[in-house]
Design a binder for this molecule. Structure first.
Ligand code: SF4
Ligand code: SF4
Length: 230
């Protein structure tokens, strides 16, 4: 899932300066699960903004609503009728950056502002804790790293083993973090697959990760069938 954190109140108030009527719009998917951008958080944030506006004498009122996903066209139809986008000076989106960008594109006449900082693809590792597991590199290597991602979990994104700075099992960049390559080694050892580490991996083609513009996924059959139905 995509993990995101709410921006600070100071930043939000600065972002919203000049907008008098704002709709805080939650997203019911990943950011609901990581407790930052769902309906409850949209309601809370609208309340906090109204309180801050009152206490600081700002000309700002905030409403809230939430839809299932802001990265899927079909769900925009679920924006409640009494929360028409055209009635607001801006939408403060509590979706990840995908939702903010997609919504801005779908509603070019509407100002859509980010309420969250999108941080990583992660998993819920304990109550209230999410950790990064994937960086979305576009060329997955988990088959030979025992399911442990060296791109996201090694501070240097190394793919041919440890940098040599590992200290008592911890990463030399962050002493609170296990060295990803030690984790990979132990995992492969327990799977009886240490041979996988003997193969030298060629330099990665980082263009699947960054550098060639927008990455896309196209299901040709689905596109063709949509075109036939038009
Ligand atoms: S190797 Fe790439 S796709 Fe696979 S988990 Fe790591 S970042 Fe994600
Ligand atoms: S100590 Fe381990 S996790 Fe840290 S940068 Fe080196 S190889 Fe990567």
């Amino acid at each position: 899932m995509i993990v995101a954190e709410r921006k600070s109140m100071d930043e939000l108030l600065e972002t919203l300066s000049g907008y008098r009527k704002v709709l805080v719009l939650g997203c019911g998917s990943c950011v609901t699960v990581c407790l930052t951008g769902g309906e409850k958080q949209a309601e809370e944030l609208a309340g906090l903004l109204n309180l801050a506006a009152k206490s600081k004498g700002l000309d700002l009122t905030a409403d809230f609503a939430s839809i299932t996903r802001q990265c899927d066209r079909e769900f925009f139809a679920d924006i409640p009728e009494d929360k028409k986008l055209s009635d607001y000076d801006a939408v403060l989106s509590l979706a990840c950056g995908v939702g903010v960008g997609f919504m801005s594109e779908q509603f070019p006449e509407v100002t859509v502002l980010p309420g969250l900082n999108t941080t990583f693809y992660g998993a819920n590792t304990a109550d209230g804790i999410w950790a990064e597991y994937c960086h979305g590199c576009g060329d997955c290597v988990l088959a030979w790293t025992g399911g442990v991602c060296p791109i996201a979990r090694c501070s240097k994104s190394l793919i041919n083993g440890s940098c040599g700075g590992t200290d008592k099992g911890k990463c030399e960049v962050d002493k609170d973090m296990d060295c990803a390559w030690l984790v990979i080694y132990k995992r492969l050892e327990s799977l009886g697959r240490l041979e996988d580490l003997r193969k030298l991996r060629p330099p990665r083609n980082w263009s699947t990760d960054r550098g060639k513009g927008v990455r896309r996924l196209t299901h040709a059959e689905m596109v063709a069938s949509e075109q036939e139905n038009e």
